[in-house]
Design a protein around this ligand. Sequence first.
Ligand code: ZN
Length: 255
Amino acid sequence: MIAFISDLHANREALDAVLRDVEVQKPDAIVCLGDIVGYGASPREVILRTREISQVVLQGNHDAALLDDRDAAGFNERALRAIEWTRAALDAEREENWPLWDWLGSLVPSMDLAPGPGAETVHLVHASPRHPLAEYLMPNFGPEHERVAGSFAASRHRLTFYGHTHHPGWFAEGDAFQRAADNDALLKLEPGRRYMINVGSVGQPRDGDPRSSYALFDGISVRWRRVAYDHQAAGRRILEAGLPSSLAERLLVGR
Ligand code: ZN
């Protein structure tokens, strides 16, 4: 069993709560689909913890934007401010921070994962199979949508796991997006059918449920966990850091 986490966004309160829940589930591995930083106020703690507990980590568009301004093209004002703040917090002039920057720079946004002998290889991306760093596969897209059809065409394996939109759920090929509603939402995978599976966001859920989301995959089904955490504390930390207040407020409502 694999636990997929994604879009942690420097929210240490959320990550800590999720990892406590993960521990109870006893997965064989933890895979992170990117966006470790951005928006939140605890980049260092979240980078260190993610690096320590994950067997596989992808790079997200916020991680890439931290390293290179060109990847911040299209970012809104508050996302840009958070990137600037994170750069200052992870001061690249200080030698002790160099390993963090090297590690973020070593990550890639797309990868094949062979979970083990006899297990099906799956495709991992941060955003979409076609544009793994930053294309949005939004939950309101129908099966005919060019991005959905194009993504299925570009996916390298029957199953793709992704994040980026912060909306947990899945596209089964030919169907509209299905939301993974509530804790322990379950998807039983039909043999031979192709899926793109969004594991949701640990650090900044946007589906109206402020609880963190992550997903467990055992080869035949996917189960989403929703984990309550101290979002007041995470919000306070954002305000104390001088980050835009809307980044704290959205944690309370999960939007
Ligand atoms: Zn994200």
